[in-house]
Design a binder for this molecule. Structure first.
Ligand SMILES: [Zn+2]
Length: 500
């Protein structure tokens, strides 16, 4: 008893120290840095959300899932996280797409906002604290632009649009690492997206032209609409203050979007805008760039609804590679991910069934070990590959203990609770106890099978067993009666052959 108490004491100590030892790779310094929040125990995090002109694709969702894991990990370590994720519902792309469809902007974006939230739920992404929409924050953007004009960073171009003078902001290029001296002074770009080679004074406010149709606001700075970059500066600072702890996004947002956010926000406040910039790498599909014209473009709904893949497998696959590595999505990988998820779910069921002799000390050591390895890996810039490897070693070792009847009911419960704790971060298993409810039809089949067995009609009993199996329900006859289990995620070997 004394020994256990000591081990538990150590275990608690590991947990509390870990929050102090998180390191993230900061794009700004290109180095891993110790994470120190502005306010102890709290994290202010901004995430560039979707541009709601179309369904988000799995590349977008790779980023959203990285951000979900980041937030879940910070919460696991005891931080109180305020995460703001904007919805870009007015910009060049949304206007072009709604015009093409011939429907009003709000109606067009509304459809994709709804789809976005459905996709978040499908992939078990926890909701951010707030999802501000650009169209609902025009006054904040106008105020910020006015401030930039007063300070000499904003000027009106001949087309009536307001531009940001990048030559005046001496740190321009600090995030994407290039020098302003290489830029053409006074050259301007009005579109939201452009390359580093085309870095120029960019539009803060776009004066109305015919292309915008009925999308405009009458404001103190004229009739028009905001540029994409000012939207994120205005909304992030409104909800999180002038300096944020963490700002995340996909690597393709680094330039010009994030570079411009820094220029706008820091010029306006004179303060550092973001302490830690974190960027998620690209996703490829079957080794190639994903694109509609390459025929390898997938949305979440394509995978889960059309192709009937298990959403948990999609989630697992997209989170299982380190966020700073390019990730190659393949259907073979998706099948493998499905097997991993099934293994984890089955492990949870085995834990519920375990009723062996007590082998507390050995289990306790394994628990401490996995807690330490998983935690250290995640603290090290979310090194999920190593964290998952530690978890699988643990599952294997505990499975071995169950095999030889050495996991007691009490210890199995502790392991179960610990697995639920890890799953708070991973979000791929769920609490299988809550899913244990037989459909009416299956209850009836089980009753009929019992009757058949009593009548020694083994043939019927066997047929019913197969029928249940086809429904994903496994039954087992034990001295205590019938035990059943719902295999939630059936593998269908023929389903994906064409993609492998
Ligand atoms: Zn943004």
């Amino acid at each position: 008893m004394f020994k256990y108490g000591f081990l538990l004491f150590l275990f608690g100590k590991c947990m509390s120290q870990a929050a102090e030892n998180i390191h993230f790779f900061n794009t700004l310094s290109r180095k891993k840095e110790k994470f120190i929040p502005i306010e102890k125990g709290k994290v202010k995090m901004y995430t560039c959300g979707p541009t709601v002109y179309d369904y988000a694709h799995i590349g977008n969702f790779r980023s959203f899932l990285f951000e979900d894991i980041l937030r879940r990990w910070l919460e696991y370590r005891g931080f109180q996280v305020t995460q703001v994720m904007n919805l870009t519902d007015v910009d060049d792309r949304t206007i072009a797409a709604s015009k093409k469809e011939g429907i009003p902007l709000k109606e067009h974006t509304g459809k994709y906002v709804k789809a976005f939230f459905e996709d978040l739920d499908t992939l078990h992404v926890q909701r951010a604290s707030i999802y501000p929409r650009a169209t609902e924050h025009i006054p904040e953007m106008v105020a910020l632009i006015k401030k930039l004009m007063e300070k000499g960073y904003g000027y009106v171009g001949e087309d009536g649009s307001i531009y940001y003078k990048i030559a005046k902001f001496k740190n321009y290029g600090q995030l994407s690492k290039f020098k302003v001296a290489e830029l053409k002074v006074g050259a301007r770009v009005k579109v939201d997206e452009y390359d580093k080679e085309q870095a120029q004074d960019f539009a803060l406010w776009k004066a109305w032209d015919e292309g915008d149709g009925d999308v405009f606001w009458e404001t103190e700075i004229g009739k028009g609409r905001p540029g994409w970059h000012i939207e994120c500066s205005a909304m992030s600072m409104k909800y999180l203050g002038e300096t944020l702890d963490i700002h995340t996004g996909g690597v393709d947002n680094m330039f010009p979007h994030h570079e411009n956010e820094i220029a706008q926000s820091e010029a306006a406040t004179g303060k550092k805008f973001v302490n830690y910039w974190m960027h998620c790498e690209h996703l490829m599909v079957e080794g190639k760039r994903m694109g509609k014209r390459f025929g390898n473009y997938y949305t979440v709904q394509d995978l889960t609804k059309k192709l009937k893949h298990d959403p948990r497998a999609v989630r697992y696959l997209l989170i299982s590679t380190h966020y700073r590595q390019q990730f190659n999505f393949t259907f073979a990988g998706l099948e493998a991910a499905k097997n991993v998820v099934d293994r984890l779910v089955n492990f949870m069921y085995r834990l519920l069934d375990a009723d062996g002799k007590d082998c507390g000390e050995e289990t306790q050591l394994l628990m401490m070990q996995v807690n330490k390895s998983f935690g250290e890996a995640m603290d090290d810039d979310l090194n999920i590959g190593i964290a998952l490897a530690a978890l699988f070693d643990f599952v294997r070792d505990i499975n071995n203990l169950i095999d030889v009847g050495k996991l007691s009911r009490r210890k199995a419960n502790e392991v179960y609770a610990m697995m639920l704790g890890f799953d708070k971060v991973l979000g791929v298993i769920g609490d299988v106890r809550k899913e244990e409810k037989l459909p009416k039809e299956a209850e009836e089949l089980i009753r009929r099978r019992e009757e058949a067995r009593k009548a020694k009609d083994w043939k019927t009993a066997d047929q019913i067993r197969l029928q249940l199996q086809a429904m994903g329900i496994t039954i087992q006859d034990t001295p205590q009666g019938i035990k059943w289990r719902i295999e939630k995620h059936q593998t269908n070997p023929t389903k994906n052959d064409s993609h492998m």
